[in-house]
Design a protein. Sequence first.
Length: 132
Amino acid sequence: MLEDFIPSHPEELWEFVLRWGKHMQADLRSAIACCLLEHLLADQFSLIFPRACDAARKSRRFRDTLGRCNWIGQAARPRYAVVLDRLVGKKRPRIRRAKIRKKWTEKELLKGITPTLCGPDLIPSRAGRELD
């Protein structure tokens, strides 16, 4: 499977996802989302997340592809999942291993997420603080 190459060839797979994630056929976009993009986000989040945000802003089809993903691995962490949910415009399933559930405040969720990472429109202004 292509997902087996994520650790060794993330750049090449990202180019593939970027090209075919904008395709007009919805079935192909679904396959790209569940077979590649969600695994790239799960394993190579810091590399892929800013690129996926940029691509989703530029292409409604790529945003649809991203919206077909489940948030798994690193993407399922609450602080990242909330930003991804905002980007695609709907709450997606999060698949992660957790022994306890914690109710997160928005401030806690967005701690460490900067506008340079995902864009200023996804981060609400924090009272009394300027965004970077």
